[in-house]
Write a protein that binds this ligand. Structure first.
Ligand code: NAD
Length: 274
């Protein structure tokens, strides 16, 4: 029987974290690296300034590799994978974390009524959040399956499990235009649930486990009116701290979850419990 320390041991493993420069991605990168893994950050924003701003001196850590990769572009992913394989070898862990909530330069209609939600926004969000994850699974997951081992973690949201509660955004309407949390993010995140089940069964005999990790909202200095509405809706009465998902990442990345595949682990302060 493995000791508790052995259960969670990922020393020497190779991981890819997409969107690793973001609020949560950075947490996952450091958690994996601090546990002895070598971690490739696949992010479309990789350049010297952004990496320095997000990782400081830690950017020189030889256990970290920063690759400018666009997850919507298969050739870009293949180039990123080649870089990882030439540096360390084939990844054991893939965290599909990159996502758009609302696309940059969103038109004013972005948060308007469902009936007029722009097709261009729908395309942009689905391209990163859903097609991007499929492509990452094809390219990186495919290499993991060929190597006969691996763990894939697809990052979803409570808004992929239940509808956004539009009432907590109603305060914005009082300030002017009506505001609705858009449909694209919600349907992209629910798509991941069945992608997870599809690939878990498809790759079960090849040693690759695939699971979804579903998060509730993370505190990021949101405005007071939003915080009040959101927190009143959460049984634990608060948003998550950005470090509160790291334990689940380590669990799913390691042998501690060796009998878990095709599943969804929900960490949401109780949001979906009522
Ligand atoms: N923050 C929350 O409250 C929250 C809640 C639930 C779920 N989530 C999920 O957690 C994950 C991380 O969220 P976050 O808040 O840290 O996001 P974030 O916006 O801080 O980071 C996302 C990262 O993805 C990168 N990215 C975007 N498009 C890309 C592309 N085409 N190719 C490569 N990289 C790309 C961005 O550059 C950015 O660094 C997301 O999947 C999100 O849906 C977040």
């Amino acid at each position: 029987m493995p000791t508790p320390a052995e259960l969670f041991n990922i020393a020497g493993k190779i991981a890819v974290v997409t969107g690793g420069l973001g609020q949560l991605g950075r947490q996952f990168v450091l958690t994996l690296a601090d546990s002895g893994a070598r971690v490739a950050v696949f992010d479309s924003r990789v350049d010297e300034d952004v990496v320095a701003a997000r990782f400081g001196e830690r950017r020189h850590d030889p256990a970290l590799l920063f690759c400018r990769v666009n997850v919507t572009d298969r050739a870009s992913l293949e180039a990123g994978l080649r870089q990882v394989q030439e540096t360390w070898g084939t990844p054991h862990i893939l965290i599909n974390n990159a996502a758009l909530d609302s696309p940059p330069n969103a038109p004013a209609t972005e948060n308007g009524p469902f009936e007029t939600y722009p097709e261009s926004s729908l395309d942009a969000v689905l391209a990163v959040n859903l097609k991007g994850v499929v492509l990452c699974c094809q390219v990186i997951g495919g290499a993991m399956a060929a190597a006969g081992r691996g763990s894939i973690i697809n990052i979803s949201s409570i808004y992929g499990l239940v509808s956004p509660d539009q009432r907590i955004y109603a305060y914005r309407a009082a300030a002017g235009a009506p505001f609705f949390k858009p449909v694209a993010y919600a349907i992209s995140k629910s798509g991941l649930l069945n992608l997870t089940r599809y690939l878990a069964t498809y790759w079960a005999s090849r040693g690759v486990r695939v699971n979804t990790l579903t998060f509730g909202g993370v505190f990021n200095h949101q405005d007071e009116a939003f915080l009040q509405g959101y927190c009143a809706r959460v049984p634990l009465g608060r948003m998550a701290r950005e470090d509160e998902y790291n334990g689940a990442i380590l669990f799913l990345a390691s042998e501690a979850s060796s009998y878990m595949t095709g599943a969804n682990l929900v960490i949401d302060g109780g949001w979906t419990a009522w």
